[in-house]
Design a protein around this ligand. Structure first.
Ligand SMILES: Nc1nc2c(ncn2[C@@H]2O[C@H](COP(=O)(O)OP(=O)(O)OP(=O)(O)O)[C@@H](O)[C@H]2O)c(=O)[nH]1
Length: 198
C-alpha cells in the first residue's frame, strides 16, 4: 500500500499472540476471531477528522515473531506513535516489550515527545499474570500512558486509538505554547488541532 504524506503512522508492537492483530481488526473492521493466525506485517488505514479537515491514520500491525532488527528500526523511524501491547495473562510478554521500548527511546530521542501507549490486552481473562498496578508502574517508569483492553469483548479499543490522538493533540498544543519546534519534532507533527475518530 503506498504511503501518503499526510498519513499519521501508528506502529503496533508486542510479542506473538498478545492480540495485536485482534485489537487492530476490532478497531478497523469491528471483527474478532478466536483462531490464532500469526501475522507477518499488515497495514490498515482509517480516516480521522483533524480540526476542519481529514487525515489518515495508518496502522502497522507488526509480527510478534522475531522481527529483523533492521525492520524494527525502520518501523520506529517511520512511526509517529506507538502502541506496545502485552497480554495480562503473560508476564513474559510485558518483559519482552523492554527492548523495543529502549529502541524507540534510542531512535526517537525521548518518548515524552511522541505518543506511546502501553496496553495490557486480554483483560477479560481471569488467569492473570500481570496486575493493573504492576503495569501502571512500568508505564510510569517509561513515562508513557497505560490502558487495559479486551479485543474480544470490545473493551477500550476505540478509546485506545482516541487516547493516542489526544496525546498527539496535547503534544502539538504544548509545542505551540512553547514555540519550540526542533526538526525532529516537526517531522512527527502530522495531525493538527483536535483529532477525533470518525
Ligand atoms: N481472551 C482474549 N483473547 C484474545 C484477545 N485478543 C486476542 N485474543 C486471542 O489471542 C490469540 C492471538 O491473537 P492475535 O491478535 O492473532 O495476536 P497477535 O499479537 O497479533 O499475534 P502475532 O501475529 O503472532 O504477533 C487469538 O486466538 C485471539 O483470538 C482478548 O482480548 N481476549
Amino acid at each position: 500500500m503506498p504511503e501518503q504524506s499526510n498519513d499519521y503512522r501508528v506502529v503496533v508492537f508486542g510479542a506473538g499472540g498478545v492480540g495485536k492483530s485482534s485489537l487492530v481488526l476490532r478497531f478497523v473492521k469491528g471483527t474478532f476471531r478466536d483462531t490464532y493466525i500469526p501475522t507477518i506485517e499488515d497495514t490498515y488505514r482509517q480516516v480521522i477528522s483533524c480540526d476542519k479537515s481529514v487525515c489518515t491514520l495508518q496502522i502497522t500491525d507488526t509480527t510478534g515473531s522475531h522481527q529483523f532488527p533492521a525492520m524494527q528500526r525502520l518501523s520506529i523511524s517511520k512511526g509517529h506513535a506507538f502502541i506496545l501491547v502485552f497480554s495480562v495473562t503473560s508476564k513474559q510478554s510485558l518483559e519482552e516489550l523492554g527492548p523495543i521500548y529502549k529502541l524507540i527511546v534510542q531512535i526517537k530521542g525521548s518518548v515524552e515527545d511522541i505518543p506511546v501507549m502501553l496496553v495490557g490486552n486480554k483483560c477479560d481473562e481471569t488467569q492473570r499474570e500481570v496486575d493493573t498496578r504492576e503495569a501502571q508502574a512500568v508505564a510510569q517508569e517509561w513515562k508513557c500512558a497505560f490502558m487495559e483492553t479486551s479485543a474480544k469483548m470490545n473493551y477500550n479499543v476505540k478509546e485506545l486509538f482516541q487516547e493516542l490522538l489526544t496525546l498527539e493533540t496535547r503534544r502539538n498544543m504544548s509545542l505551540n505554547i512553547d514555540g519550540k519546534r526542533s526538526g525532529k519534532q516537526k517531522r512527527t507533527d502530522r495531525v493538527k488541532g483536535k483529532c477525533t475518530l470518525m
